[in-house]
Design a protein around this ligand. Structure first.
Ligand code: ADP
Ligand code: AMP
Length: 219
């Protein structure tokens, strides 16, 4: 199953990816997580990415496409993958199609989760994530049992610096300008599925399961 999860920052892509992964055995590839790991490790890639992430801008295509190509070449992606946060530009989408066609594979579905802008801001500004296992919570909508501590692994929960309101709003603008045109790209390819993300996470997941069943994927 070769899937793309699309939608603006805060739409619930990471949350849905965790639910999908629990029922369908595919690796979850989040370019945002890959960049945050690189920043934490202080690698050259991390140093480069950080300057863009801090400003709410996209990391340049040549850098991003390179790390995704490398990741998709790993053996665990042979049977499929779930991309979250990639592609975000037309150049990235075209590069992905090229990688796929070289391997005689194709993207089977692009699932677009939509949520109104003010809800997106509430979601991003209240998001906290585990420094250890990356689980995502929300201080109001999905709080951990104990404030600041991950229910799953006991790790520390922190707010991402790019989730502060000013940067979150900038990221929404960048999404509108650079990423939303991709919805037309996948619509034209006949693989776009739109889902109302402004509902309980389990209701959203139920719709995603329907889409997956419609393209012949069973749990
Ligand atoms: P994305 O990966 O698209 O940026 P996340 O999955 O990290 O989004 O979700 C953003 C925030 O919204 C998190 O704090 C998450 O707990 C919360 N969230 C996700 N889905 C829902 C939902 N359906 N209803 C309410 N809050 C949600
Ligand atoms: P995310 O975790 O998906 O919200 O991404 C966090 C940040 O990482 C973004 O604001 C970008 O700076 C960077 N990033 C993640 N994915 C991409 C991508 N596909 N292209 C460019 N930059 C990205």
């Amino acid at each position: 199953m070769n899937l793309i999860l699309m939608g603006p920052p805060g739409a619930g892509k990471g949350t849905q990816a965790e639910l999908i992964k629990a029922s369908y055995p595919v690796p979850h590839i989040s370019t945002g997580d890959m960049f945050r790991d690189a920043v934490q490790e202080g690698t050259e890639l991390g140093l480069k990415a950080k300057s863009y992430m801090d400003k709410g801008q996209l990391v340049p295509d040549e850098v991003t496409i390179g790390i995704v190509e490398e990741r998709l070449a790993q053996p665990d992606c042979k049977e499929g993958f779930l991309l979250d946060g990639f592609p975000r530009t037309t150049a990235q989408a075209e590069a992905l199609d090229e990688v796929m066609s070289k391997q005689q594979r194709r993207i089977e579905a692009a699932i677009n989760i939509s949520v109104p802008e003010e809800v997106l801001i509430q979601r991003t500004t209240g998001r906290v994530s585990c420094t250890r296992c990356k689980s995502v919570y929300h201080v109001v909508f999905n709080p951990p049992q104990q404030s600041g501590i991950c229910d799953k692994c006991g790790g520390e929960l922190i707010q991402r610096s790019d989730d502060e309101e000013e940067t979150a709003r900038k990221r929404l603008q960048v999404y509108q300008q650079q990423t939303s045109p991709l919805l037309d790209y996948y619509e034209e390819h006949g693989i776009l599925h739109n889902i109302d993300g402004n509902r309980d996470a389990m209701q959203v997941f139920a719709d995603i399961q329907e889409v997956l069943a419609s393209i012949g994927k069973s749990q």
